[in-house]
Design a protein around this ligand. Structure first.
Ligand code: FES
Length: 154
């Protein structure tokens, strides 16, 4: 169940676009802010608000890696494994993350501190390899730099 404040924010967004459906992605982001991820209940409610089927809403949510379909950790580590990052040894970073965190892509550590996600291009190919942790980009990474970043996260 979405809060009244969230429903109001979605209504304001809907009116901002000539085609209300264009507000779907930001509306899903708003529900994620409220719940930490896009819950099945939020999908149902947004579908009702937009006059769409829940499947149509879920199709949009499932396309975007920034929309989480299940609970995530405090820090979401998105590692790009597309071609530029691949050429710059992102696979070593990914292997290191899996060993250090004890999880595979798509999983969350038992203490719910970290979620590891493998993603397509983060649009920073010139500074590969790249990892995004929550809203922050970390570029030209090495295992040593990555460890320092992880050590700094409380
Ligand atoms: S390929 Fe990794 S940021 Fe583009």
């Amino acid at each position: 169940m979405l809060s009244e404040a969230t429903r109001n924010r979605i209504e304001v967004l809907r009116q901002r676009y000539p085609e209300a459906r264009s507000a779907l992605i930001p509306s899903l982001q708003i529900t994620q802010e409220e719940n930490g991820y896009v819950t099945p209940e939020a999908v149902q409610e947004i579908a009702r608000i937009f006059g769409l089927s829940p499947n149509e809403v879920y199709e949009v949510a499932s396309f975007y890696t920034m929309l989480y379909k299940k609970p995530v950790g405090k820090y979401v580590i998105q590692i790009c494994t597309n071609i530029s990052c691949l050429l710059c040894d992102c696979e070593k970073l990914l292997a290191h993350l899996q060993v250090r965190l004890g999880i595979k892509p798509g999983e969350t550590t038992p203490d719910r501190k970290f979620t590891l996600v493998e993603v397509e291009c983060l649009a920073s190919c010139g500074t590969a390899p790249v990892v995004q942790i929550n809203e922050d980009y970390h570029e030209d990474l090495t295992i040593e730099k990555l460890d320092l970043i992880l050590d700094s996260l409380n």
